[in-house]
Design a protein around this ligand. Sequence first.
Ligand SMILES: [Zn+2]
Length: 227
Amino acid sequence: MYWIDAQTGDVIDRVDRILHISAPTTNGAPAIISGIMLDGEGGISTNVWGWNEHSNNKFYLYNTTEHWEIYNASSGIKWPDRATFAHRETDNWEETDPAAISAAVALDSSLRYFREVHNRQGFDGQNSIVRLNVHHKLSFVGSFWDHEQIYVGDGDGVTANSLAVQDFVGHELSHAVIDYSAGLSESGEAGALSESFADIFAANIEFLAKKMIVKATPTGRHGMPIG
Ligand SMILES: [Zn+2]
């Protein structure tokens, strides 16, 4: 589906309605996925716990320990996993999607922070999987939580590059936690409090993420052992 500006003829947005791959099932096992992060996150190679689905032997950015999944919301032809669950044929993503890799690392750190520091089990306190959609819309400068999922844009390349960085992901995941705890509404003083709490939590998460990278093993694996 394409949305075209009637006056300029510009493509405003496009969505591929065909699902290319099924969601990961319980028929699989955690697997380390490596890949290159966004320039805004140092552009370095990193590792994050993902998932090897045995039914199709694909490697998903899906984690059943910290309870998150990455979804590629784009329909752009450069993505082999467009409009479906972020996955590759191999556990080494290399430079094929730094936004998805960075989002996975950031979401993992964010959930780990809430579990380790606040004893919070997942965004809703019940270990539900939170979905983060990368490549949301074309040239979208921003990120948001819509009370169900997190959406992150790629930026317009002028005022901002991809927003799939720790600062933004931590902020949006915090909104999810606030939604399922304090339940602050978006407007007025409640909304202002929600924004400030999300910023404070995001700063705390970044502090913890830096500590975890320093403590990482020589192989560079991100975070701590699964289990
Ligand atoms: Zn916010």
